[in-house]
Write a protein that binds this ligand. Structure first.
Ligand code: FAD
Length: 490
């Protein structure tokens, strides 16, 4: 941020984090928030010294900037520079790939205007160039793959022993101390002893149906998650069996998704934030700013579910949305016939007909749309403040006036898609202190046991302050844990 000329201070960051995270809870204590803010920049510099290449995510505003004090409109987030996987040599096939093009994530907002603005044309040209380089043999990746790839390269260069296909099946204790792990490797059980401590960084429990049923709000389903296949929760349970406390287990890193006819999930976070689209419950009523943090949207869906069916909700989409923005990364234009035939995307010439086909209250939907259209004309969403924050403008369309985030729903045909509270992992887990040490319910420490990332109760509380909040916390508390374990307390 300093290099990009973006001003920030501890005081501003603290005011913002406190406003987002809300009251102190286990995992999001004053001490942990302080440690996160103070050690974060050190972790960033440490990794950079070892070869990480960060890029300031220009424009990817803090999600609640404008709403809470201390937010930064130009972004506090970092992304990894585009990475060439060939740098990993024979290890490169071990990095999980997604279909995403080689992208610095903040470029996505321009990219998905599909050339409607000059900035969008530039973003498309950049990505097209990288795709061409791929054809020439460069194995370029962006987004999370670039983070993973570069970290992997650093670990390989440092000659850190790495085991793949090594399933942790138990924690080994010596008295009260956790002294190692039991690993299933190549069909054999191996005991690994650790002198200084174990750091659990095994993700959350989004793929564990029983834990979802036990802890998450209902309805819930493993079919809605985009988390990694190893997000299975058993390592959290191993620590719980040793008396570890857990907190914030009912929260996930919600991400609005729809379920495509082929069974895959489409992430629609950016789509529902574009003009000419709203999200409604079965009564046809809006209940959230569609262009705020995706975690806040998920929380709102479950809150709304207490009064009306909102899980799933419905995205109501107008013809200009289809013409200009596409859906789930599929380019704009008439929807694929398969979407219509399967009922994934419902099409109608009138709002009444659309409501009837979806089972939405037609009078409710008509009233909501009339009200929303007035907001779009005035440029002010008097109900949920959509289009006020820098983040909602970032996700919007600068050619739409007077508010980049608000477009009326009036020109047929109209479309609807069911929106589920999907997730990219769970946000609660083991309770840890400011040194990332795992705690029991009485606050005492389990000696030798540290944890970070989605295995832990998140430091950002019941919120998502800005892009990267989950990966950042995983990295910062991993860094803190390692320093503590080798005796370099911060
Ligand atoms: C499509 C998508 C987009 C995302 N975008 C962002 C973003 O922009 N910014 C952001 O901050 N976050 C993003 N996330 C979320 C982010 O990727 C996760 O929150 C983050 O990776 C969690 O990191 P972690 O270290 O806690 O765990 P993970 O990255 O989940 O790693 C845990 C590892 O432990 C392994 N493991 C589990 N159990 C065992 C066991 N018993 N033995 C051995 N290994 C085990 C798992 O297989 C996994 O490899 C995104 C996620 C997805 C899916």
């Amino acid at each position: 941020m300093k290099r990009a000329g973006v001003r920030d201070s501890y005081e501003d960051a603290k005011a913002y984090l406190d406003a987002c995270a809300g009251p102190y809870v286990s995992g999001s204590t004053p001490e942990r928030r302080h440690a996160f803010l103070v050690e974060g920049p050190k972790m960033v510099e440490y990794l950079e010294r070892h070869g990480m290449q960060w890029v300031h995510a220009e424009g990817w505003s803090d999600y609640h900037e404008g709403e809470y004090p201390g937010g930064v409109a130009r972004s506090r987030s970092l992304v990894a520079q585009i990475f060439d996987m060939r740098r990993l040599g024979s290890w490169r096939n071990l990095v999980r790939r997604s279909l995403r093009p080689p992208l610095r994530l903040y470029e996505a907002s321009d990219l998905f205007l599909w050339g409607k603005t000059w900035r969008s044309k530039v973003a498309m040209a950049r990505v097209a160039w990288r795709l061409m380089l791929r054809r020439l043999g460069f194995d370029l990746v962006g987004t999370g793959m670039a983070v993973q790839g570069r970290l992997f390269e650093i670990a390989l260069r440092a000659k850190i022993p790495l085991w793949n296909e090594a399933l942790v099946t138990g924690l080994i204790t010596e008295g009260a101390r956790v002294a190692g792990v039991l690993v299933r490797r190549h069909g054999r059980d191996v005991r690994v002893r650790a002198e200084r401590g174990i750091i659990i960084d095994a993700g959350g429990f989004a793929r564990n149906a029983a834990m979802r049923q036990q802890y998450q709000p209902k309805p819930t389903s493993v079919d809605w998650t985009n988390s990694n296949p190893g997000d299975t929760g058993e390592v959290i349970q191993m620590a719980m069996a040793l008396g570890a406390a857990v907190a914030i287990m009912d929260l996930s890193w919600w991400n609005s998704v729809s379920l495509r006819p082929d069974g895959t999930r489409s992430i629609n976070v950016m789509d529902i934030a574009k003009p000419y689209a709203i999200v409604v419950d079965a009564k046809g009523q809006r209940f959230v700013n569609e262009a705020t943090s995706y975690v806040a949207v998920g929380i709102a869906m479950y809150q709304r579910q207490q009064q009306a069916q909102a899980v799933p909700s419905w995205a109501i989409i107008e013809s200009r949305h289809r013409r200009d923005y596409g859906w789930g990364g599929v380019k704009p234009g008439p929807p694929p016939q398969e979407w219509l035939d399967s009922g994934y995307m419902i099409k109608a010439q009138t709002i009444e007909d659309l409501a009837d086909r979806c089972g939405i209250d037609a009078l409710g939907l008509k009233a909501t749309i009339e009200r929303f259209n007035k907001f779009a004309r005035d440029g002010v969403d008097h109900d949920f403040g959509r289009g006020k924050s820098a983040y909602s403008r970032f996700l919007g369309d600068p050619t739409v006036k007077p508010n980049h985030s608000l477009g009326a729903i009036e020109q047929p045909p109209f479309y609807a898609v069911k929106i589920f509270p999907g997730d990219v992992g769970t946000a609660g887990g083991l309770v840890t202190d400011e040194f990332a040490r795992v705690q029991r319910k009485d606050g005492s420490i389990i000696p030798g046991l540290y944890a970070t990332g989605n295995s832990t109760a998140t430091v950002v509380g019941r919120s998502y302050p800005g892009a990267g909040a989950s990966i950042a916390a995983a990295a910062v508390f991993g860094y803190i844990a390692a320093k503590h374990a080798v005796g370099q307390q911060h």
